[in-house]
Design a protein around this ligand. Sequence first.
Ligand code: ADP
Length: 383
Amino acid sequence: MKILVLNSGSSSIKYDLRDSQTGAVLASGDVDRIGEDGGLPDHSRALQAVLDALVAGAGGPLKDLSEVDAVGHRVVHGGSFFSGSALLTPEAVQKIEECAPLAPLHNPPALLGIREALRVLPDVPQVAVFDTAFHAGIPPRAHVYALPYAYYERHGVRRYGFHGISLQSVTRSADAMLGGRLAEMKAVVAHLGNGASITAVAGGRSVDTSMGLTPLEGLVMGTRPGDVDPGVLLHLARELGLGVADLDRVLNKESGLLGVSGVSNDMRDVLRAAEAGDERARLALDIYCYRLRKYIGAYAAALGGLDVLVFTAGVGENSPEIRASVCEGLGFLGIVLDPAANGKARGVGADISAGGSRVRVLVVATDEERVIADETVAVVARG
Ligand code: ADP
């Protein structure tokens, strides 16, 4: 089957056409700057541009669009409604809409893409695949915040967790590398991209994860701070007069690696600056790695042990420096790296643990589009 995978964001639509049997990428690209100068005016035109690019006249792989067997949409937030992928019926679209207040930056543009795709490809089955679904089984002690219970019960204020599509991809690959034994193991998976999160996995399932109601909690990220004392926000509001919009900007766009280093949100730039002697870049890296180390310890405690540590996404797959720095001093947990293997591992499946390491440390490439294509096929097959 030929599956069109769509990831519709506020100013871009990323697409990927996959052959579901082989996993082959038949076409891939993005239309960006939607609604900006020099870009297309709206998601409707942008999706049309995507579809145009897929057909042979424009050099694409399809004779015509009737060759698209199904469409899989990435949706960030499935709230409490979705514990797995779902066929996009009007009811499902309505529920995704109801989740929009939980992910105001992500769900509304995904819905624009979904509605447009349903309109122009009305006879093609379409499926939503959620970043929250992998975490649906996290137990209450890990997903209920110690706030007044009514906020949980009536307003859905709880930990949902994200990066679930990536986790599905990574746990599948790790399982293959571990001879199909992941289900018997206690694993921690660090997804280190622009956004970053870490997840405790037992029996192949998420039992705790660092992102919460929103993708702000947990690790230090490119432009987000991860964990901060909530009192800091009250202090900034009271003493400096910051309003909700200001705090939103500070937390989502101005913090993290960028905020501390003043250099960049891009890990490569921060590493280069630190190498060149920039002290705040050095400090940003220290905080980044220290926070990760603390979470690995916390999740080893949550799991009651640790058998596997997995690094994935841009930083996790490509930065031996960060992996080494994170694992430094974790010998007491049984984590010992092989420096040569770590230095070599980039973007491919590799075991970077030393011969005597009790914990297997893996570098695994995440392939979210493959998961979305596979989920789409599975949901369509179920009907
Ligand atoms: P996204 O979350 O947008 O999908 P990625 O998973 O592509 O992001 O990760 C982006 C991050 O990966 C950036 O901070 C980038 O600097 C970092 N990265 C990519 N390659 C390297 C590298 N060779 N060394 C260090 N960091 C890298």
